[in-house]
Design a protein around this ligand. Sequence first.
Ligand code: TRP
Length: 322
Amino acid sequence: MLVHAIPANINYEFAADVRAGLTREHQKELPSKYLYDDVGSALFEVISHLPEYGLTRADERLLRRHSREIVDRVKGPVAVAELGSGSGRKTRWLLEAFCRRQRTSYYPVEISHSALVMCERELSDIDAISIVGFEREYLEGLLEVAAYRKSGEHLLVLFLGSTIGNFDRMAGLKFLSGVRRILKPGDSLLLGTDLEKSSSELIRAYDDELGVTAAFNLNLLARINRELAADFDLAQFKHVARINDEARSVEMHLRSKRPQKVHIRAAQVVVEFGQDETIWTESSHKYSLDDVCEMARTAGFRCEVQWMDEQWPFAENLLVAV
Ligand code: TRP
């Protein structure tokens, strides 16, 4: 097996997080933000085109269909901050609509360098736009954006694609409260939320036939091999999507096919896996329309409008800071 040399520039935070997550006593886990290196971001882009995964296209349809109405409800001049911009493709309609009204600043906040570059390139042709990207975690980036805001400018925060669902419900509420604290009354948050749907639809969406989602999940182990000089044998792990009825979520795991030991040299740890033991990598919580409004109100927002897609249960929620 190929064992990578310890790279010169170890990301010590990554090493520490991997070590902490894989030495947990009960459920081993890895933070989902590490899924999005260059390879992971590219694979997620492919997932968003899969017929089984309608989420991103529903998000895009709603933004396209209602961009005029969203613009009319957010009085300008406007600074648009997007938390986790990805490629920026689905934001185009909204930004074009804002820029038709007046010059608009766009601040994508994104931890993936390649996604940020792609997004800036994708949207730079829009007339009357000025783009400044922040390679930062969400709230850290949003704080900086807020400091950039010119007087009289409204801030509209976009948190699309149902990334909120990747927090558990309590953490989701905390996160929205954190966003609210950075905003001023009258600022807005456009929040995308994936809605509840049948278990079979969910399993198909998170364990597609082609195996792209499996590759996306397994890439996390490949990344640990690359960046932390580990010796995960990817063939000995299987991607699993399972429904958690109580949490109303889909959980993503990587299951060890047999008892095995993995050396993660740059994290100075040897991890033992039992047969069928899993690493939990991500959960995707599903919401009802009422859940969203209740969470928004608790976080200090008014629930202004909810738009629902007709083909895939998904909602765009316009929340106004009170
Ligand atoms: N935010 C996406 C979602 O919850 C992320 C995602 C899609 C994902 N498929 C995945 C994360 C598979 C881990 C594994 O829908």
